[in-house]
Design a protein around this ligand. Structure first.
Ligand SMILES: NC(=O)c1ccc[n+]([C@@H]2O[C@H](COP(=O)([O-])OP(=O)(O)OC[C@H]3O[C@@H](n4cnc5c(N)ncnc54)[C@H](OP(=O)(O)O)[C@@H]3O)[C@@H](O)[C@H]2O)c1
Length: 317
């Protein structure tokens, strides 16, 4: 079978399309014929060696996939061949992937393999549940995978002020189309003034930051009294440079958040709710699909900030 492998950590060019043996299901695992790989920012961090998840080179890159079950291992009771599923695979960038059955979600008929990739939506849902009662919400990288889901879920939730920060004018238009009440290009020098003009002196109640570096430090100055900054990524590659002293006079707080800490029962419930929203057309993904042979371009486009919405690698039927 075809797979995307790497022999070393590095730039997108370390990714290669190679022939690999078909996976065999261990007990409690199933084999999925992969139709869509969701390219998540974490995949870039694994490839770069920032998340040192590769035990031995050469390795198939891990990843989130959707596809059709072709085989079940011993002990698998609740899934069968032919079902359409989504989940995270330890060797996911491949035509076929072995995945623990317990980690899979069954996709409804109306939901396509690409739209059914749930990591971004689950992350966004989790972020929006970390605090309550907020009226003014700021989202960085708002046109990206998690960001675009956070904008839509905040709109569904009825958050009155959804301020989307993005890196280009085209992305500003995109986030407005998703329901952002305001869109700011935070590559413009006066972006922070634009933001404070929108929130007024009371500031922002909740900020979701995916970028790290200087941006969250500046956003702390825009927080409301009792406001919260949630740090959940650093796509700039720079550490989040916030001075905790600046929180004191606002009784503000900074918290971290990861999708991996959602409890299994909560994850199951949210996955079902999100799939219902997707099936009803209320939660949309702008799908940017690349043939799996174009994996280097897909990774480069995200690294170069040219992506919007959901980046997907497609494998032929
Ligand atoms: N904690 C969790 O559970 C969790 C789960 C999923 C993802 N994440 C993290 O959340 C972040 C977003 O993930 P994603 O998959 O949704 O990716 P994404 O937002 O679709 O892509 C990354 C975006 O980051 C923005 N960005 C800002 N500065 C950048 C820079 N210097 N270089 C490259 N990009 C930059 C770009 O948007 P603009 O041009 O609009 O700024 C870019 O499009 C990542 O840091 C990821 O690791 C965390």
């Amino acid at each position: 079978m075809k797979a995307v492998t790497l022999n070393a950590y590095g730039a997108p060019e370390v990714l290669e399309v190679t022939d690999q043996p078909m996976p065999v299901p261990a007990p409690q695992e199933v084999i999925v014929k992969v139709q869509a790989v969701g390219v998540n920012y974490a995949d870039l961090l694994i490839r770069q060696g920032i998340y040192p998840f590769i035990a031995q080179f050469p390795a198939i890159l891990p990843g989130e996939v959707s596809g059709i079950i072709t085989e079940t291992g011993s002990g698998v009771q609740h899934l069968k061949a032919g079902q359409r599923v989504t989940g995270y695979a330890p060797a996911g960038y491949a035509a076929y992937a072995a995945i623990p059955a317990a980690a899979l979600t069954v996709l409804p008929d109306q939901v396509s393999p690409a739209a059914g990739l749930l990591t971004h939506a689950l992350t966004a849902r989790h972020l929006l549940e970390q605090t309550s009662g907020y009226r003014s919400l700021v989202i960085t990288a708002a046109a990206g995978g998690v960001g675009s889901k956070a904008v839509q879920l905040a709109k569904i939730k009825g958050v009155p002020q959804i301020i989307a920060l993005t890196g280009s004018a085209a992305k500003q238009n995109y986030v407005r189309s998703l329901g952002a009440t305001h869109a700011i290009n935070y590559r413009e020098s006066d972006w922070l003034q634009q933001l404070t003009a929108i929130t007024g002196p009371q500031g922002a109640d909740l900020v979701l930051d995916a970028t790290g570096g200087d941006t969250p430090a500046q956003l702390v100055s825009a927080l409301a009294v009792n406001g919260t900054l949630i740090v959940y990524g650093n796509s700039s590659g720079q550490p989040t440079a916030v001075n905790p002293q600046e929180l004191i006079m606002k009784s503000a707080r900074i918290i971290g958040s990861t999708v991996y800490n959602i409890l299994p029962e909560q994850r199951r419930q949210w996955s079902q709710e999100l799939l219902e929203l997707i099936a009803a057309g209320q939660l949309q993904s702008q799908i940017n699909s690349y043939p799996f042979t174009d994996v280097i371009r897909a990774h480069s486009d995200i690294e170069g900030r040219r992506n919007t919405g959901r980046t997907v690698l497609s494998f032929p039927d």
